[in-house]
Design a protein around this ligand. Structure first.
Ligand code: HEM
Length: 133
């Protein structure tokens, strides 16, 4: 293979697919990507939630203002999403730590533990809905 004037020896030309829309990710990879996404969501939302907490504790008027902000369906939906992301991050984080200890490292147990984690997060998402609404 010719590469900018140099000849590079390619032992075995393999098909390369870098199109993210056609790559089929395994369940464990999706769980891992979402874990990072949920960590970033948790990090960003922390600042907003702390501001809201500060507002609600500042005075009776501040509390009323915070209560009216969280009264709309849209804000409640976002709060539900933030809580669900946090639950996802914790549950899949614990799974990650267990893997660091040597559990669920095989393909079959890895997929099974991912499915169990997703089920636990689904239950916690319903619980989060109960808390918010
Ligand atoms: C305010 C709370 C938290 C925030 C903002 C947060 C944020 C993050 C972020 C952004 C990452 C991704 C780092 C990367 O992929 O480079 C991460 C990774 C991780 N988090 Fe959290 N996290 C929080 C709480 C927790 C909790 C409570 C656990 C408990 C299980 C946890 C377990 C983990 C683990 C195990 C990783 C590493 C995953 C990996 O190596 O791929 N995190 N966290």
């Amino acid at each position: 293979m010719e590469l900018s004037g140099q000849t590079v020896k390619v032992n075995k030309p393999r098909p390369v697919n870098l199109d993210l829309q056609t790559i089929r990710f395994p369940l464990t990879a999706i769980a891992s990507i979402l874990h990072r996404v949920s960590g970033v969501i948790t990090f960003v939302s922390l600042a907003i939630l702390l501001w809201l907490l500060n507002l609600s504790l500042s005075s009776p008027d501040g509390f009323a203002a915070a209560a009216s902000i969280t009264d709309s369906f849209f804000v409640k939906f976002v709060l539900w999403g933030v809580l669900t992301a946090l639950f996802y991050h914790i549950v899949l984080g614990v799974r990650h730590l267990l893997m660091d200890l040597g559990y669920f490292e095989e393909m079959d147990t890895g997929i099974a533990s991912t499915k169990v984690s997703f089920a636990i997060v689904a239950v916690l998402a319903v619980f989060a809905g109960g808390l918010v609404w």
